[in-house]
Every structure is written in structure tokens, then in C-alpha cells.
Design a protein around this ligand. Structure first.
Ligand SMILES: Cc1cc2nc3c(=O)[nH]c(=O)nc-3n(C[C@H](O)[C@H](O)[C@H](O)COP(=O)(O)O)c2cc1C
Length: 138
């Protein structure tokens, strides 16, 4: 398979406001563009869920950096699969911040992402989220 897709959750170690999140996205997008990585980052009340997809070696490298990053901890991989298709080909890192509606691009998803059932639901809906992002934001 051409690509690999990893989904993980983590806990922010400090409060993430709009400014912190934009800084993080700014850097992440630049790195991801260089490495051909795409995905989406969801944030709600200090919990992150991120989907990252791209070539396996670049993802290994990103995972190492993520695990070292003191801005979050408890990095828990909930899915890691080879794939031939990217769900978020246009997104060096899409973002949905449920704490700040102006950053939230994903309407209609129940937002208690600390609940494992909701995370399951979210993962099932990833193709739908990808379509939504592609249709609504260029
Ligand atoms: C929740 C979260 C998501 C992140 N997502 C990415 C990402 O998609 N791509 C990326 O290059 N860095 C991402 N980072 C930042 C990396 O952890 C790391 O700081 C950055 O890649 C620079 O690496 P370095 O500090 O080892 O130079 C993320 C950090 C956090 C806390």
C-alpha cells in the first residue's frame, strides 16, 4: 500500500486557546506540506484527536516528534493502517476546535470526544468529514 493512516488521541498539558492552536497549526502545516502528510486535528476541552496520513517513514518521524512534544501527553494510538487512499488529500492539517466555534469546521458531530463511543463514531464518520472539508473550504 502506498500510504499509512494513524489516528491517535492525546491530552493537552496546558490550556489551548485560539492563539496556541493557530500557532500549532501554522507550524504543523508547513512541516506536513514538506513531508506530504495530510490529516485533521480535532480539539475539545484539552483532548486532541488527530488523523495523520502519508508515507510510512514520514509518519514514523512525525510520531517521534509528537511523542517528545511537551504540549501534550498520553499519546495513544487508536488506529494504524496501511491504505492506498488519503481521506484528506487537500489538507496539510484541517482543524476543528469545538471550544472555539470560529475554528470549528465540522458541524453536526456530538462533541464529547472524551467518550470512547463518540471517538468510534467520529472515526466511522471520517470519510464524511473529509468530504465536508473538501466541499466547504478551498
Ligand atoms: C496536538 C498536536 C498535533 C501536532 N501535529 C503536528 C503535525 O501534524 N505535523 C507536525 O509536523 N507537527 C505537529 N505537531 C508538532 C510536533 O509535535 C513538533 O513540535 C513539530 O513537528 C516540530 O518538531 P521538533 O520540535 O522536534 O522540531 C503537533 C503537536 C501537537 C501538540
Amino acid at each position: 500500500m502506498k500510504y499509512r493512516r494513524i489516528i491517535y488521541t492525546s491530552h493537552a498539558t496546558k490550556h489551548f486557546n485560539k492563539r496556541n492552536l493557530l500557532d500549532l497549526l501554522h507550524d504543523s502545516r508547513a512541516f506536513n506540506e514538506m513531508d506530504g502528510i495530510s490529516g485533521v486535528l480535532i480539539h475539545k476541552e484539552g483532548l486532541f484527536l488527530q488523523v495523520i496520513e502519508g508515507e510510512s517513514l514520514f509518519l514514523d518521524d512525525l510520531l517521534e516528534r509528537l511523542k517528545r512534544d511537551p504540549r501534550h501527553d498520553d499519546v495513544t494510538i487508536i488506529d494504524d493502517q496501511p491504505t492506498d487512499t488519503k481521506l484528506f488529500p487537500k489538507w496539510s492539517m484541517g482543524c476543528a476546535d469545538f471550544d472555539d466555534p470560529s475554528l470549528s469546521l465540522i458541524p453536526g458531530i456530538r462533541t464529547d470526544i472524551s467518550n470512547p463511543k463518540v471517538i468510534d463514531d467520529l472515526i466511522k464518520r471520517l470519510p464524511e468529514i473529509a468530504t465536508l472539508l473538501a466541499e466547504n473550504i478551498e
